[in-house]
Unconditional design. Structure first.
Ligand code: URP
Ligand code: ZN
Ligand code: ZN
Ligand code: ZN
Length: 471
């Protein structure tokens, strides 16, 4: 699709520290016509007409790329509550300037049709978006549909090993889809939980402690995740196909992927913010249903071990797995998690909670933060260096962070289309204060200063992992 014309105000971001995935240095940034034009020595002379954006004392980062974001997602009887405009507005407030949504077929719908429906929404977004396709069942037409999708820049294909009777794919479908996407310059991305182990655990809970939200952890054990990851790695290995595991929540699962990489597989781990920050004590609180997600929140010990893999390099990306349900939706079946809408709102909080906890708190470098939350999501999705970088030629999607700003997360200060945040009351340090989308300032000091929907559907380039990027 041709790019829409954009406004043309040359701007210079002055006095800040530019943070890229492999370096950080004091530098000025010249932007024009929606793109980065130059990285300049601090104080360099520029066109007198250029608008100056003062970034003194700030970190100038490529805007976040959220690789895992469900927008207006229908699953069973529930639809999450946001439009593209609402989701991307919240994203931009949180420093994310590209979201990657899922086109998950409804019962009876084909992957291609599901993608066409979601793709049409991109232009209502405040920022750009891309799509993952999804295959539930391999049919006579799936190969052709995947080819059409890849030709249109949709090259990542989601599958689920759980949610039987809904979106679960069997091993034949998974293997065939891996073959096809491999040959199309794409990649399978997969939600791994053994459906048999989950079903058994749910049945056991139903006749013992209960399947209400307070017992969420019990219904989806860690072993369900690791068993499924091992099985899927074996299929990927048999096909020499790249594979990306979404929302890995246990260190054991991450380590299976790291071991596979040592054997030469192209395999990636995504973790999501809530598995890196929150733990299963949330299910002991007053509103456990607000924390019901798959995989569930794990023990504090597991969270701590998972977080260490941000430092070892075994985690490639951090997503949000944003699902914008509200408390009322979560409460309808809170007595039985088997019927609940799964997922937590998080597109806006992903970057600030990770920055505060891991960069400010535990010493993860700002460059590694950019790598995990922006550059690697762009790389694994065929969007780099257009996204995830501030190199000349990259889109001028920029988050200017105040690393010292202290603030408290409250639902009222957020912009997601729901009535709660799982981080209510969390005290954070560091926040994006100015966010630039396509060269225009969209958010400044907590205000939406430009509400023009500029969203474009981004076409992924063929994935090429031969020059494997550092992780
Ligand atoms: O709980 C979750 N993650 N819900 C969204 C669908 C999925 O499995 O990613
Ligand atoms: Zn999932
Ligand atoms: Zn998800
Ligand atoms: Zn019910």
């Amino acid at each position: 699709m041709a790019d829409l014309p954009r406004e043309h105000t040359m701007k210079v971001v002055r006095g800040g520290t530019i943070v890229e995935s492999h370096w950080a240095a004091p530098a000025d940034l010249l932007i024009d016509d929606g793109r980065v034009v130059a990285v300049l020595n601090p104080g360099s002379e520029v066109d007198a007409a250029a608008e100056v954006i003062d970034a003194t004392g700030k970190l100038v980062m490529p805007g976040g790329v959220d690789p895992h974001c469900h927008v207006g997602f229908t699953s069973g009887e529930f639809t999450s509550l946001d439009s593209y405009l609402e989701c991307t507005t919240a994203a931009v407030f949180g420093g994310t300037t590209t979201i990657i949504d899922f086109a998950i077929p409804r019962p009876g719908q084909q992957p291609l049709n599901a993608a066409e429906v979601q793709r049409a929404k991109a232009s209502s977004g405040l920022c750009d978006s891309a799509l993952h396709a999804c295959v539930v069942e391999w049919t006579d037409t799936t190969a052709d549909q995947l080819k059409t999708l890849a030709d249109g820049g949709i090259r990542t294909v989601k599958m689920f090993t759980t949610y039987a009777g809904e979106t679960m794919a069997n091993e034949h479908t998974i293997l065939n889809t891996m073959q096809a996407t491999r040959d199309l310059g794409g990649m399978v991305i997969i939600h791994c939980e053994s459906d048999a182990i989950v079903t058994d655990a749910q049945n056991l809970a139903a006749v013992s402690d209960g399947v209400d939200a307070a017992h969420m952890s019990q219904t989806r054990p860690e072993l369900a995740e690791t068993a499924s990851v091992a099985a899927i790695l074996a299929i990927a290995e048999s096909q020499n196909a790249p594979v990306y595991f979404v929302h890995q929540s246990t260190p054991a699962a991450v380590e299976l992927v790291a071991d596979a990489r040592k054997r030469g597989l192209v395999a990636f781990t995504e973790s999501v913010a809530h598995h890196l920050i929150l733990d299963d004590s949330a299910y002991e609180g007053e509103q456990p249903e607000r924390f019901v997600c798959c995989p569930p929140l794990r023990s504090a010990e597991v969270v701590e071990k998972l977080g260490r893999h941000l430092f070892t390099g075994h985690i490639t990306t951090i997503g949000s797995d944003h699902c914008c349900y509200d408390t009322a939706q979560k409460q309808v079946h809170s007595h039985d998690v088997r019927h609940m809408p799964n997922g937590l709102p998080g597109v806006e909080t992903r970057l600030p909670v990770i920055y505060s906890h891991y960069v400010d708190g535990l010493g993860l470098t700002a460059s590694r933060f950019v790598e995990l939350t922006s550059s690697n999501p762009a790389r694994t999705n065929g969007l780099y260096p257009r996204k995830g970088s501030l190199m000349p030629g990259s889109d001028a999607d920029i988050a200017i962070w105040d690393p010292e700003l202290e603030w408290t997360v409250t639902t009222e200060t957020l912009h997601m289309a729901t009535d709660y945040t799982p981080y209510e009351g969390h005290r954070l340090r560091g926040k994006p204060v100015t966010v630039i989308v396509g060269g225009e300032i969209v958010v400044h000091d907590g205000e939406l200063v430009d509400a023009t929907p500029r969203g474009r559907h981004l076409e992924a380039a063929p994935l090429d992992f031969s020059g494997a990027f550092s992780m």
